[in-house]
Write a protein that binds this ligand. Sequence first.
Ligand code: GLU
Length: 397
Amino acid sequence: MKLSKIATLVRPSQTLSISDRANLEREKGIDIINFSAGEPDFDTPENVKMAAISAIEDGFTKYTEYEGIYDLRAAVADYLERFNLKYAPEQIVVSNGSKHALKNAFTAIIDPGDEVIVPAPYWNSYIDIINMVYGVPVVVKTKKENVFKITVEELERVYTEKTKVIIINSPNNPTGVMYTEQELREIAEFAVEKDLFVISDEVYQSLVYSKKLQHISIASLGKEIYERTIVITSLSKKYAMTGWRVGFSASNLEVAKAIGNIQSNSTSNVNSIAQVAAIEALDNTEEEAEKMLKEFQHRRDYIAQRISDIPLISCMIPKGAFYLFVDISKLIGEKVDGVEIKSSKDVAEILMDKYKVAVVPSEAFGYENYIRISYATSMRDIVEGARRIEKFVKDHF
Ligand code: GLU
């Protein structure tokens, strides 16, 4: 008996695997610092939990519209207006987190063999999701000198007759980099000229650390690019709702209908109770979200400074999201306990095994010589984790 080609291609999510490993160690009583998965340590706001409890008590426990309840889609449309995005509720589909929204979106637009341009460093799951729909990921390694942003010249270089989609992720996971309006305009022009779709992953659109730096959605830059962009977002990061699994896609009506049809035959609606909670999150949780954002900013400033103070390793200050992308290239080729460090995987392994700090090596994101630190964790863990990373460098180099 033989499994499918997809089953052999798809790997477990590396961010989740490392986080699971860290959590398992913690359950065993080991004091591990978990800088791996990007998951806010905050509890879901009280009003959101209460809305869910009321939904259960009111018996809101049956199937809903498979694209999501209308009021929720309307709330998402209102929310997206903050980013100059105008969608009717019918253009929104509520899915089980942004991964599911992405899988639906790719299923709706990709035929076997179609190529998807993925700028690296990328969020690890893109590659596996593209493989799952028989697409071909075409990875473009962006340059550090370009602050890890893809340029039109790079797009031109990899473009073929089979190119169908470009993925843009701003603010970016794992770098925290944000594209400017001008950069997005250039990419949009390219996409329009070549008749491509754009999947715009905007999961971190509200986690931006400067009032002057508004998140810009590529879909907001004109009618033509709006028509060919699928915006993906979720509630997980902004409202500390990772476990609720609520994500969205916003697109033109034809794509939205296709996504809805696909979902109607796979998962049906997102959990009815989570949908009610999602409306409450979007309508009444701004103050809480603002507080969490401030705290993330505080943590970012602290960890970025601490890492910058450690010799041999360095980082940029992320503009958005909640990750620090740390350059460890100067450690490559050095020896730890007689064994040569060959990659960031080796560094992550040593940090996990010997210093009990879980980080994600950049190979997971299609890039070499970096580690990703998620600072969506408690200040206590950030202080202690920074101390342990510093000790690792000082002990061996
Ligand atoms: N998106 C988060 C991360 O990159 C959560 C884990 C995952 O789904 O990858 O860490």
